[in-house]
Write a new protein. Structure first.
Lengths: 318, 284
């Protein structure tokens, strides 16, 4: 290499060599590109192959009727999609799905923010409480759900606690809004710790001078939070909100382990219905159409919010 | 007088905060404590109403039953094995990709970045059907290949690539110039100059990937058949008596065993994790 002049000096960083003028840019770039593509190739090829198999496959399957026993496939066009809109169960399933999307994203973000503000105080031993809220996030979803099933079993801990105040046992997992609310609580407590940590990081990055300046200007605690802190942490809020939206479509494990979607489909959601149609009822084509529908919903919702980000987020322009 | 008042109100305010924080913390830790208590009760005591808070007699044999009802030790190692393989494959492809996108930047890097990141937006539930069919055609059912390959490509590598790219971006370009002047080739610059500097980010990519794999339920449920090959989350759901329903106490003992290693690691590394998570900062 022709640039190898004063290696020791350059390596120690004492002397910063000026960029060699008039180097052969073309040749360098070609080598650089080749090196870059070589490094990128494994992941890019892997993702493209698996991604095409996955997405191409699901779209293709959604246009067919698959007979698993006979091993035949028959092209049926958009029939499976038409079935989504005529399926009487879909009303309940979609209502439940959107209930979780709405509750988990809005309530999840609000709860995480409230807890983060509470945990952002400078109190001795505050880290113990921070850890406590983070612990459910360390437990697998399956473990957390099984523990909650144990708590919610008829005449279990929760019924026992209600009994202490003279209230009767409740049908926690027998369907209806109570069961949906129970699901929301289990899912919220499981994951809120991660979002609290994200918000704590954002809160601690807010420059103290801004808050002090607002205080000097006579802003009260709420006003300081609303007009100074909130705009500063708005990128974190947007991120948590989007994470919660895409995550809220996946209450799959809870539904499978706690109610199996029942009674009927009363507590089912779209992700669980895909699983049920595909792996329990062997209706592969319909399951694939539901999967495309789920995919479209996730993309549409996150896309809409991404479009609105300029209005929602304060220093997006930076 | 005034100073005492102020100190009094401070103590009052603080004890209010502590009371609130304790109640909230109990909501999050209570289920874990109930799991521990349930794991040591007899099945009769569990079914009694009203429930007892602490076990009357500590039935440690529940923990032995975990291993006699299922090959739980084997299943635990299976989970560790899958986790290790997913971490290995993910890092192997994501570190070079992140480095290329941050420091080499070949033509079209911006487009490739978006393509690689797009894996994050594919919900696993939406593509499980075609992936299962493909795995069946390839003879991958009841093996770890789909769990390792599909998961790495679609779920963990995109995130790990993103983490690594961010890490390599923060390093000053002078290192690269110095290394070039020093006569280091492109590979050496990457492996010996830059890689050691991003060790903390490699650690967070490993934590994320390991956690994702350890947590997986739908995929092992669909791809694995034989009991000796199952991973922990699926195995936990199978501590049931076909006639009498869930064996609550053994199931809680198994759940405790699955939770403990992670909790122990967390409590040891707690200071670093909590401060790392909060101080690491997430600038948009």
């Amino acid at each position: 290499m022709n640039q190898r002049t004063h290696p020791r000096v350059a390596a120690s960083g004492i002397v910063r060599a000026p960029r060699p003028a008039g180097r052969r840019r073309g040749g360098r770039d070609a080598g650089r590109n080749a090196f870059g593509y070589l490094l990128l190739a494994p992941q890019t090829l892997g993702l493209l192959v698996v991604g095409l198999v996955a997405i191409g496959g699901v779209v293709q399957l959604s246009l067919t009727r698959v007979n698993v026993l006979a091993g035949t496939r028959e092209f049926v066009g958009l029939e499976n999609y038409a079935r989504i809109f005529s399926d009487p169960d879909m009303g309940v399933i979609l209502t439940n799905t959107f209930f979780f999307v709405f509750v988990l994203s809005v309530a999840g973000t609000a709860l995480a923010l409230a807890l983060a503000v509470l945990l952002n105080q400078k109190l001795p031993g505050i880290n113990i409480f921070r850890s406590a809220i983070f612990i459910p996030a360390l437990v697998t979803t399956v473990a957390w759900t099984l523990v909650w099933r144990f708590i919610l079993q008829p005449e279990g801990l929760l019924d026992g606690m209600l009994g202490l105040v003279g209230a009767g046992p409740l049908p926690w997992l027998r369907g209806g809004w109570l069961t949906l609310a129970v699901f929301a609580v289990i899912q919220l407590t499981k994951n809120v710790g991660i979002n609290v940590m994200i918000f704590l990081a954002a809160l601690q990055a807010v420059p103290q001078e801004l808050i002090d300046a607002a205080r000097v200007d006579g802003a009260g605690p709420w006003s300081r939070f609303r007009h100074v802190v909130l705009p500063q942490i708005s990128p974190a809020i947007l991120m948590v909100f989007m994470l919660m939206i895409s995550g809220s479509f996946k209450v799959f494990e809870l539904v499978l382990l706690l109610t199996n979607g029942g009674p009927g489909v009363q507590t089912s959601v779209l992700a669980f219905e895909i699983f049920r149609q595909a792996f329990r009822l062997n209706d592969i084509g319909y399951a694939a159409a539901l999967a495309v529908f789920l995919f479209a919903l996730v993309l549409a919702l996150t896309g809409i919010i991404w479009q609105f980000r300029r209005r929602l987020v304060f220093h997006e322009a930076d | 007088m005034k100073r005492i008042d102020r100190r009094g109100s401070l103590i009052l305010r603080r004890s209010g905060s502590y009371a609130l924080l304790t109640v909230i913390s109990l909501l999050f830790i209570g289920p874990i404590l109930w799991m521990l208590s349930g794991s040591l009760k007899s099945i009769n005591e569990i079914l009694r109403y009203p429930p007892t808070i602490l076990p009357e007699v500590f039935h440690w044999e529940n923990y032995l039953q975990v291993f006699t009802l299922q090959p739980f030790g084997r299943q635990f190692l299976n989970s560790v094995l899958v986790m290790t393989l997913v971490c290995g494959l993910t890092l192997l492809i994501a570190i070079p990709a992140g480095y290329a996108l941050a420091r080499v930047r070949p033509a079209g890097a911006a487009v490739i970045f978006v393509v690689l990141l797009s894996g994050i937006f594919i919900p696993p539930e939406a593509v499980i059907v075609p992936l299962f069919q493909t795995a069946a055609q390839l003879g991958w059912i009841d093996s770890y290949l789909p769990l390792v390959i599909f998961t790495s490509m679609l779920a963990t590598a995109p995130v790990a690539m993103f983490i690594m790219r961010q890490a390599f971006l923060t390093l000053p370009p002078e290192f690269e110039e110095a290394a070039t002047l020093d006569g280091a080739g492109r590979w050496r610059t990457m492996a010996q100059i830059f890689l050691p500097l991003v060790r903390p980010s490699i650690a967070s990519a490993v934590v994320f990937t390991a956690w994702f794999s350890w947590n997986q339920f739908l995929e092992p449920l669909v791809y694995l058949r034989s009991q000796e090959l199952l991973t922990v989350p699926v195995a936990l759901t199978l501590f049931e008596d076909p006639l009498a329903g869930p064996r609550w106490n053994v199931q809680m003992a198994a759940t405790t065993l699955s939770v403990l290693p992670v909790l122990i690691v967390f409590l040891i590394a707690q200071r670093q994790v909590v401060s790392g998570l909060t101080a690491g900062g997430l600038k948009s």
